[in-house]
Design a protein. Structure first.
Length: 289
């Protein structure tokens, strides 16, 4: 192959990778989004904005935004807050690291339905936890940890923690430990090392982890139905979209609710990424080697 032909061959190989990837993105993400957006402006009755006006003027629709945020934001904060110190402790390789990691990520393999079934068995009014506390006279009365707000929140924490833990662990193990050792030789204690070395380098990863975990929690549906009260305090926005699509057969209204759902997530994600850029500016990581 001659010298002028080499760049052309490399360009052809890149093109063979880029075109299928672009087509994949177009078919699975961009086209459905544009189709749903156009459908939301084509209501059964009224003008182009009738669906959005109906959503924000109906008492059992617009509060679903705050209901979902009340579940998604605390669950995300708890998951990231718990995953960070555990991942930080497990950044150093040990004989038990693989086993501990496997145990911590088991819930992600169970799925939402099995987690809900387990919670009903253990945390229900007649579950093992209630029977244990009442048998030893540690708590009298009915224990309600399911079919309410707390049941859905606990389920989101159980199912979302492994995802946040694996993300943070991958980021924190990519930080060169030589940086901390150098700081220790200058008199920095472990707390100072974490605050001045690990935390700034982890800021981009923590922000991304928070955004992904929040999007996952905001789309809660099975937990809100199985462990919550879908007609009451856990009537989240995804349930409203489901009812519009499959109970009222109003796909235009369901698309409008989905667009509102996506916009709320976009606002939170943009706010988190904007706050991250204000906190730390510099290299996004300091990899080993």
């Amino acid at each position: 192959m001659t010298a002028p032909e080499a760049p052309r061959a490399a360009f052809d190989r890149v093109l063979l990778l880029v075109v299928p990837a672009a087509a994949f993105m177009l078919l699975l993400f961009i086209y459905p989004f544009l189709y749903g957006l156009a459908l939301s402006f084509n209501p059964k009755e009224g003008g182009a904005l009738a669906n959005y006006a109906h959503f924000f003027t109906t008492d059992n629709l617009w509060p679903t935004i705050w209901t979902t945020l009340r579940l998604a934001l605390p669950a995300t904060l708890i998951n990231v807050g718990l995953a960070l110190p555990i991942a930080f402790k497990m950044r150093v390789k040990s004989p038990y690291q693989r086993w501990a990691t496997t145990i911590l990520v088991i819930p992600i393999t169970l799925g939402t339905v099995l987690i809900a079934e387990g919670m009903l068995t253990y945390f229900g009014p007649k579950g093992w936890l209630a029977q244990f506390l009442q048998f030893f006279h540690l708590y009298e009365g009915s224990i309600r940890l399911t079919h309410n707000y707390w049941g859905v929140l606990i389920s989101l924490v159980i199912s979302g923690f492994p995802f946040a833990f694996l993300l943070i662990l991958s980021y924190i193990t990519g930080i060169d430990p030589v940086l901390a050792r150098a700081a220790s030789t200058l008199g920095a204690d472990p707390r100072s090392q974490f605050r001045h070395i690990y935390l700034p380098l982890l800021a981009p990863g923590l922000a991304m982890c928070f955004c992904l975990a929040f999007v996952q929690a905001f789309s809660v549906f099975p937990s809100a139905v199985l462990l919550g009260s879908p007609a009451g305090p856990t009537r989240v926005i995804s349930i409203a979209a489901y009812e519009a699509a499959f109970e009222q057969y109003d796909y235009s209204m369901a698309s409008a609710i989905a667009m509102i759902m996506g916009f709320v997530q976009l606002v939170i994600v943009a706010a988190v990424l904007g706050a991250r850029s204000l906190m730390y500016r510099g290299p996004v990581s300091a990899g080993k080697g």
